[in-house]
Write a protein that binds this ligand. Structure first.
Ligand code: GTP
Ligand code: MG
Length: 202
């Protein structure tokens, strides 16, 4: 039983549903007419996964272009990032790729990346194929999930998968702490990069 603080940020174009995903995860609510985020908003949520407690410190960034330059303040030092696109808007998926490049250059070296294709409830309007996004996520070693903040599909699973992919705590302390404990056992556990069905990679 352990308790961990996990700094996490959400990135992605305006209107893809970042705030809606956070509201679904934190309060299990959905508001159809949510205001576009100004600057960023902060929330916390505690999650129990495999007997471990994770306190997510969630930075929900603003997707509008005028706030683009603020993003590094929120992804810097983050243990995990969720990059969100809207399955009904191809352009928002292209934006994911530029976020990934920026995070690989400037994010934490062992940051856990998750890609979320949101609005999966709008399948009739789909522009991004599941397989294309899944293949891309596999290539960059990211968690992939199609979510719906509206129906709640895969939203809890997304955060669960992230918790399971975090490096063991002893390991991260060794990387960032002042003391390197050579004898501390680093537990390895089976993890999956997928959170919405399909075969499990271990
Ligand atoms: P910014 O704050 O501007 O960056 O946008 P955002 O990514 O936070 O998007 P937000 O959560 O505000 O959602 C934008 C719009 O999409 C809102 O009208 C939401 O109600 C709607 N929306 C969000 N998630 C879903 C979803 O899963 N399904 C459907 N159908 N609509 C959604
Ligand atoms: Mg928002």
């Amino acid at each position: 039983m352990s308790m961990r603080d996990v700094k996490l940020c959400l990135l992605g174009d305006s209107g893809v549903g970042k705030s809606s995903i956070v509201m679904r995860f934190v309060a299990d609510q959905f508001k159809p007419a949510l205001e576009s985020t100004i600057g960023a908003s902060f929330m916390t949520k505690t999650l129990l996964v495999d007997e471990n407690t994770y306190k997510f410190q969630i930075w929900d960034t603003a997707g509008q272009e005028k706030y683009r330059a603020l993003a590094p303040m929120y992804y810097r030092g983050a243990a995990a990032a969720i990059i969100v696109y809207d399955v009904t808007r191809e352009g928002t998926f292209r934006a994911v790729k530029s976020w990934v490049q920026e995070l690989k250059r400037q994010g934490s070296p062992n940051i856990v990346l998750a890609i979320a294709g949101n609005k999966s409830d709008l399948d009739d309007l789909r522009e991004v194929r599941t397989k294309d996004a899944q293949d891309y996520a596999n290539d960059i070693n990211a968690i992939f999930c199609e979510t719906s903040a509206l129906t709640a599909t895969n939203v809890p699973k997304l955060f669960n998968s992230i918790a399971k992919m975090l490096p063991p705590e002893d390991f991260s302390k060794a990387l960032y702490g002042s003391t390197v404990r050579i004898n501390s056992a680093v537990k390895s556990k089976k993890t999956s990069k997928r959170c919405c069905g399909g075969t499990q990679e271990t």
